[in-house]
Design a protein around this ligand. Structure first.
Ligand code: HEM
Ligand code: HEM
Length: 140
């Protein structure tokens, strides 16, 4: 049971990398006027998939830890990393949804969304790193 969370979160992080790659292309096209193709629909779809897996995976990881270890926060760095990641996750999803559903020429909101999600990816990288330590310490 304890393996569900690490496997799904690691997969979501891979998806997030793809979404970031598409986002960087959009950013270069929008701000540096480079001629690059942005897969709008794909970015939105896979962005939502990554955010949802991270969010529900976080609840699942916390629930499983509490159920099997009867304690929350045992993983320390990994636990606090998750708390830090949560606001960026929500902001990234909501700003992305606004950009997608209320289309118009914008500069500031896409930039804000992009920077927020760059930090979000940094948090996911940190979770991957600290999650690996959790596996070595508590699962194996
Ligand atoms: C892993 C999560 C995500 C990452 C890393 C990410 C990253 C980015 C980046 C870097 C940009 C370019 C911003 C700029 O031009 O400065 C962008 C644009 C965009 N993102 Fe995301 N994003 C994510 C999730 C989402 C989600 C969940 C949605 C929709 C619900 C979304 C919708 C959009 C849209 C519509 C644009 C184009 C905005 C425009 O140019 O008007 N993104 N994203
Ligand atoms: C990216 C790869 C990740 C790996 C390998 C990983 C690994 C783990 C492992 C092995 C546990 C122990 C419980 C269990 O196995 O279910 C755990 C707990 C947890 N994880 Fe992750 N995780 C990852 C990503 C994430 C992300 C992205 C979040 C937040 C969005 C997160 C939030 C949590 C939370 C809140 C706990 C409970 C910690 C505690 O109560 O001390 N994890 N993780």
């Amino acid at each position: 049971m304890l393996w569900f969370h690490p496997v799904f979160q690691a997969l979501a992080t891979l998806v997030g990398l793809y979404v970031l790659w598409e986002g960087i292309k959009r950013s270069l096209a929008l701000h540096a006027k480079m001629r690059l193709r942005f897969q709008w629909r794909r970015h939105v779809f896979w962005g939502k998939v990554a955010c949802c897996i991270w969010f529900f995976g976080m609840l699942g990881g916390a629930g499983l830890a509490r159920f099997f270890w009867s304690y929350s926060g045992l993983t320390e760095k990994h636990f606090y990393g998750a708390l830090l990641m949560l606001p960026f996750l929500l902001i990234g999803y909501v700003t992305g949804h606004i950009l997608d559903t209320r289309k118009k020429k914008r500069i500031v909101l896409p930039l804000f969304h992009g920077l927020n999600n760059l930090i979000l990816m940094g948090c996911a990288g940190w979770q991957l790193w600290t999650g690996y330590d959790v596996i070595m310490l508590f699962l194996l």
